[in-house]
Design a protein around this ligand. Structure first.
Ligand code: SF4
Length: 493
């Protein structure tokens, strides 16, 4: 509800701004280089979008096939309609197996349900094993600020101080030393945990497997050392075949971190057979709806193609300046702008569809070609239709709509408007304060317009290059371009 207020505060947070500047120098250039490794990057994007859309178009069928194949390999498949049901199912499984300690690798769906808090409230211990998530957990469960780099808003100094305070060890400043310290702490937990919880990048229908894509190896240990593994992910994460996973994997790490392949890709299928050494004794899938089927039935359904690479937020000028916490819920950036209102209700996320410049950088980089600005615009339309915007915005938009349908009047109004705006510019041609539009000028100056509309300038330039056309027009007869325009209007009419 309070994106604007939070974003304003984040713009003045010097430490956050330094972290965001560091982050911008990493993922964006790395992706740019990595996608050149593919012979046909755009063709691969088309194929990936088609795979995800095909899965969504027949989601019930692929879920049924996944369910049958997972059960055939000894796994149990459970379904959660709501966040509360996710937590209830996990606690039920934990009680059934006498679990006291749980280790977790990254799961955004469990963030949706506040699973860690539910586990602790039930008297069990839970330890996050993704380094970023671990840092946030020991910092009093600070929320993640990015879907693949949950703690990227934190500086090295902050992490050093946090480890010193929480681990009671001498302060370390080198990043590799900090990593080593976290690894030592986590290793004890891996070896003493009774149950491991993971997310799922993909659920593979043809084999009943879950695919996990990580860089730290923590998911591999989380899902293989304890005797029980619970994989939690949304219904939309089903893909038909392993061949499809191979195509998506050509894009996911490249779009996310600029890697050709992530350090670890686990494909986990069923429980271990009698006599087998590796594998878990009990495997559970929790397949979560929690608002997804409503998205599937809506006009923003393409958002469910998302493979959570984070490229849209990495390239978004809004995210780059305010970071993930400004968005107020689990999913930040351009995809969060669409998913959050759909999952928590448009009334509870009124600012989010407006947290975008509509520059379409997100749509250009999305590996599964989600038309994010179009979806954001649809949510804006819904807010307008449901009278959820303030009265002055609604009146303003209605007035603009009325004017835009009357081209002659629109032309006069814009001619007056640009001349008035021109007078507001200082001698450098910048408007420092815009009356009734302070949002545009609070944080930066706005260039004053040229004083003539685009149409006026275009007409003048054409006349300069074709003086004859101007002469005809001046004598009161239509110029060639006006005649063409007139005949087009007649045709349309
Ligand atoms: S919307 Fe596209 S770019 Fe953004 S996280 Fe999802 S797949 Fe990646």
């Amino acid at each position: 509800m309070y994106f604007k207020e939070r974003a304003h505060a984040k713009l003045h947070d010097a430490q956050l701004q330094a972290s965001l500047a560091r982050f911008q120098g990493k993922f964006v250039p790395a992706r740019k280089t990595a996608i050149t490794e593919l012979d046909d990057f755009e063709g691969t994007r088309d194929a990936a979008a088609e795979i995800r859309q095909r899965a969504l178009d027949d989601l019930d069928v692929w879920l049924t096939i996944f369910d049958e194949n997972a059960r055939a390999r000894g796994a149990t498949v459970l379904y959660a309609q709501t966040p509360a049901e996710i937590n209830a199912l996990v606690l039920e499984i934990a009680q059934r197996h006498g679990v006291r300690k749980i280790i977790k690798s990254k799961s955004m769906v469990s963030e949706e349900s506040g699973l860690d808090h539910a586990i602790e409230a039930a008297g069990m211990t839970v330890v996050e094993t993704d380094l970023g998530e671990y840092i946030l957990q020991i910092n009093n469960y600070e929320p993640p600020s990015h879907i693949i780099g949950p703690a990227l808003h934190k500086s090295r100094e902050e992490v050093s101080a946090l480890f010193e305070a929480r681990h009671g060890t001498p302060r370390k400043d080198a990043i590799d030393e900090l990593c080593l310290e976290a690894r030592g702490v986590l290793r004890t937990h891996y070896l003493t945990a009774d149950m491991g919880i993971s997310g799922g990048n993909f659920f593979v229908a043809e084999t009943g497997s879950v695919v996990l894509v990580t860089n730290e190896g923590n998911a591999t240990l989380t899902t293989t050392l304890p005797k029980v593994h619970v994989a939690i992910s949304g219904i939309e994460k089903v893909v038909p075949t392993l061949e499809d996973v191979a195509t998506l994997m050509r894009l996911l790490p490249r779009s996310a971190t600029g890697q050709s392949i992530s350090n670890y890709v686990d494909i986990l299928t069923g429980v271990k057979d009698r006599g087998e050494f590796h594998g878990v004794e009990h495997m559970y899938f929790i397949v979560v709806d929690s608002g997804r089927s409503a998205v599937l039935g809506s006009d923003v359904r393409q958002a469910l193609r998302c493979i959570r690479c984070g490229a849209c937020m990495n390239h978004c000028p809004v995210y780059q300046n305010v970071g993930g916490h400004a968005y107020g819920w689990v999913y930040p950036g351009p995809i969060g702008i669409v998913l959050t209102p759909m999952y928590v209700g448009l009334d509870n996320a009124l600012d989010l569809p407006y947290a975008s410049t509509m520059c379409n950088q997100c749509g250009v980089v999305c590996p599964v070609k989600i038309p994010l600005p179009d979806l954001q615009r649809k949510l804006r339309e819904k807010e307008f239709e449901r009278d959820l915007r303030s009265w002055h915005e609604r009146v303003g938009l209605k007035a603009w709509g009325w004017l835009a349908r009357r081209p002659a009047l629109y032309g006069v109004a814009t001619r007056v408007g640009v001349r008035m705006l021109r007078t507001l510019g200082d001698r450098n041609g910048m408007i420092r304060r815009l009356p009734f539009g302070s949002g545009w000028t609070d944080e930066r100056d706005m260039p004053a317009p040229a004083g003539r509309t685009f149409r006026e300038q275009y007409k003048a330039r054409k006349a300069a290059s074709h003086p004859d056309a101007l002469a005809v027009s001046v004598q009161g007869k239509p110029s060639a371009s006006e005649a063409r325009e007139g005949s087009r209007k007649e045709t349309l009419g």
